[in-house]
Design a protein around this ligand. Structure first.
Ligand code: 5GP
Length: 238
């Protein structure tokens, strides 16, 4: 591990200072949390596999000209990233009804939406990441109208790209969460954080086998093994 100054410790990752100005190091931990950290477990190997999957999926975004914070993987658990000012939002894109949407609105799990649904949540653990709308976001100065339009556009584009990528290996992208930041170097908007099965719902189109954190949330099996299986199907590992 690189020994740099710790800047921030999150639930699944720690952020350290980077080797150059405007860079940071993102370290993937083995910690698994759910229900706002009420459930916690250390799952050996999770950090390494998520580092690999996120490197791969951020690479897919870069290949499709989607701006993101990823620069390169520098060790089994570390990535060099662009330093960003994180926008305090979790942007959730849903293709199929699941999770909190079903609980909140009584919608039947598995309903396929004609068009993807985008939701915004305020990133705040103490408040349990409450759902917010565009008026809240603009009024509270978390973002502005133009930037939100850009966030919407990028989120839909990411959905299209990832959905296709997973469909190719017969996996449904049910929903996922994105975070955005503004690079300290030039203030440009980028996809930040990670894209991994910790922040997506993924299931086999035929067998309905799951490859995401719901396995841990609802004790449905071995999470690290499922993430490894997903990596093999994506061609990331053999
Ligand atoms: P839901 O709102 O149904 O709980 O989650 C929707 C999607 O966003 C799921 O794929 C879920 O994994 C992801 N998501 C929502 N909140 C968080 C969060 O705080 N952390 C992570 N890693 N993913 C989240």
């Amino acid at each position: 591990m690189t020994f740099q100054k710790k800047i921030y410790e999150g639930k699944a990752k720690t952020i350290f200072s980077g080797p150059k100005e405007n860079t940071l190091i993102q370290y993937f931990k083995d910690d698994a949390t759910a229900f706002n950290a009420k459930k916690f477990q250390v799952l050996k190997g999770k950090g390494e596999i998520n580092n690999l999957i996120s490197e791969y999926l951020m690479g897919v975004l870069s290949n499709n000209e989607i701006p993101n914070h990823f620069i390169k993987k520098i060790s089994n658990r570390e990535q060099l990233i662009h330093q960003c000012k994180i926008i305090p939002l979790e942007v959730v894109v849903r293709n199929i009804a699941a999770g909190s949407l079903c609980k909140r609105l009584g919608i039947k799990e598995g309903l396929i939406f004609k068009d993807p649904i985008i939701e915004f949540y305020y990133k705040n653990d103490q408040l349990n990441d409450p759902i917010v709308n565009k008026n809240h976001i603009i009024s509270f100065g978390w973002s502005n109208k133009e930037e939100l339009l850009e966030i919407n556009k990028i989120s839909l584009k990411v959905n299209k790209i990832l959905k296709k990528k997973f469909e190719y290996i017969s996996i449904s992208l049910i929903d996922f969460k994105l975070e955005f930041g503004r690079k300290t170097f030039d203030n440009s908007l980028v996809v930040a954080d990670e894209i991994s099965p910790d922040s997506c719902r993924l299931c086999d189109m035929n067998s309905k086998e799951k490859f995401d954190k719901d396995i841990f949330r609802y004790d449905k099996g071995n999470l690290v093994e499922a993430y490894k299986k997903l990596s093999i199907r994506l061609g990331i590992i053999k």
